[in-house]
Design a protein around this ligand. Structure first.
Ligand code: THU
Ligand code: ZN
Length: 319
């Protein structure tokens, strides 16, 4: 296996040149040449956001591998190139299948020098990627190694009433319900819905103010999933002329909840970006909310983008 440094380099390299095609063939040996060419076109698009749209997925299946499970597993080495684990050096790659037919790449992130709780697991990265793209649900998740308990719990919140197929390299496919028997979930706290499909709450800003970053943060807060605290929040990150949004995604077991900055960072990294490009961040919260994301957002930014300007804006539910 390639070391983390070379994988990071490969991800940047892959964007252009003939040499990159050779690298790509070595990285994704299980894809047909035609599929590799199409995939390169997808990830080289300037607005690439870690999503392989449904039309491209159909084309990849036509040129092989022809089986969706095999295709998802074949894409894992690509997903893993986005992994940023400065603490563990342990690379996780994931691919989530959206109900709408698209595939979403994911990889684990760790924030150097910070509490391990600031990490984003590969599964959370791919799933939050699908969430940010507004997919209606998750049918399957492929992972380079068995999902940990925290991820099983995170996935148990997504689509209550329907199972998720888990594909682990080298093992037969298994359902989440088999990996998490006698589970604790939203129903234990009196909720029958899950995080998908994404719903919008009608939040409005308490003060009239507007620019693209503020609007993006407000739209992320509106789409956040926060049934337990009702403290909707969202983040927008400006990095090298692109805006990355992140919704807060809550979990019935509380700790596996994904903070909005982490969702936005996962979106930035899976789009091929890097933290050093971050210049401005807006956090949209609710006035009088039970919990605030402000402190953790400030703390995380202090290490990864110390010069970035953080602005916190308040919203409330429209009457
Ligand atoms: N990790 C995942 O991304 N998914 C799992 O389910 C297992 C653990 C990550 C978290 C951390 O970045 C590293 O692997 C070591 O635990
Ligand atoms: Zn995990």
């Amino acid at each position: 296996m390639l070391g983390s440094a070379s994988l990071g380099l490969l991800a940047t390299h892959m964007l252009s040149g003939k040499e990159s095609e050779t690298n790509f063939a070595q990285l994704l040996p299980k894809l047909s040449t035609e599929s590799r060419e199409r995939l390169l076109r997808v990830i080289r698009q300037p607005g690439f956001s870690g999503q392989i749209p449904a039309t491209d997925v159909r084309a990849l299946l036509a040129s092989g591998p022809t089986d969706i499970d095999a295709l998802m597993l074949a894409l894992l080495p690509l997903a893993r190139t986005y992994s940023r684990p400065p603490i563990s050096k342990y690379l996780v790659g994931t691919v989530a299948q959206g109900r709408d037919g698209g595939l979403y790449l994911g990889a684990n992130l760790e924030l150097a020098g910070h509490s391990l709780n600031f990490s984003v697991h590969g599964e959370q990265s791919a799933i939050s990627n699908a969430y940010m793209h507004g997919d209606t649900g998750i049918s399957a998740v492929a992972v380079t190694a068995a999902p940990c308990g925290h991820c099983r719990q995170f996935m148990n919140e997504l689509t209550p009433g329907s199972d998720i197929r888990i594909l682990i390299e080298g093992s037969p496919a298994v359902n989440l319900s088999a990996l998490l028997p006698q589970s604790f979930g939203p129903k234990d706290l009196g909720f029958s819905d899950g995080a998908f499909p994404v719903r919008e709450s009608n939040l409005v800003l308490t003060k009239t103010q507007s620019d693209d970053l503020i609007s993006a943060a407000l739209s992320a807060a509106r789409k956040s999933y926060a049934p337990y605290t009702k403290s909707h929040s969202g983040v927008a990150v400006s990095a090298r002329d692109r805006i990355f949004r992140g919704c807060y995604i809550e979990n019935a077991a509380f700790n596996p909840s994904l903070p909005p900055l982490q969702t936005a960072l996962a979106a930035l990294i899976i789009a091929g970006g890097d933290y050093s490009g971050i210049t401005k961040v807006v956090l949209a919260e609710m006035e009088g909310a039970v919990i605030s994301q402000r402190d953790v957002t400030e703390a995380a930014l202090a290490t990864i983008a110390p010069k970035a300007e953080l602005r916190v804006i308040k919203s409330r539910l429209a009457a």
